[in-house]
Design a protein around this ligand. Structure first.
Ligand code: FES
Ligand code: FES
Length: 174
């Protein structure tokens, strides 16, 4: 299950006030550094999609209930629609665009294709980001556990049995 966003600032940590106008923010996304001038209120999802043209993370609900916007911050899945972009400075962001290596799809991307784990595909990037993290977290033991820990990713097309089959296939490879 995805979380609304990382607690990236420790309680009690002094931090200079910035904004409300545009502020300079440095984001590391898929291993590439980007410098943006954005208002502090800008979500990570908006920064990725509207400023960096990384449109893999999707806007479904924009209020933390569908999981379509799931990305990783320091390897942990978060909901980009509920995460402020500026809170991600100094952290590594990974989007679905960053999963493939040397032009080859990630095994989970390949498994989604082989298991027919989507219909419209709108939820798929978020499902894949959660699915890879789920295995890394050790939460892919059985179908009940997979269901529970993927419950933050909604699929309007109800491809759930196929999504679970893809997860099992990758789990059993590793
Ligand atoms: S768009 Fe972020 S949870 Fe739905
Ligand atoms: S494949 Fe259509 S919403 Fe999941």
């Amino acid at each position: 299950m995805s979380t609304p966003g990382p607690a990236l600032t420790q309680p009690g940590t002094a931090r200079a006030e910035r904004g409300p106008g545009p502020v300079r923010v440095r984001l590391s996304v898929n291993g590439t550094e980007h410098t943006l001038d954005i208002e502090p209120r800008v979500s990570l999802l908006d920064a990725l999609r509207e400023r960096l043209d990384l449109t893999g993370a999707k806007r479904g609900c924009d209020q933390g209930t569908c999981g379509a916007c799931t990305v990783w911050v320091d390897g942990r899945r978060v909901l980009a629609c509920l995460t402020l972009a500026m809170s991600c400075e100094g952290h590594e962001i990974t989007t679905v665009e960053g999963l493939s290596q040397d032009g080859e799809p990630h095994p989970m991307q390949q498994a989604f294709v082989e298991q027919d784990a989507f219909q419209c595909g709108y939820c798929t990037p978020g499902q894949i980001m959660s699915a890879v993290a789920l295995i890394a977290e050790g939460h892919a033991g059985d179908d009940a556990e997979i269901k529970e820990w993927m419950s933050g990713n909604i699929c309007r097309c109800a491809a759930y049995p196929h999504i679970r089959a893809a997860i099992r296939a990758v789990r059993d490879q590793t």
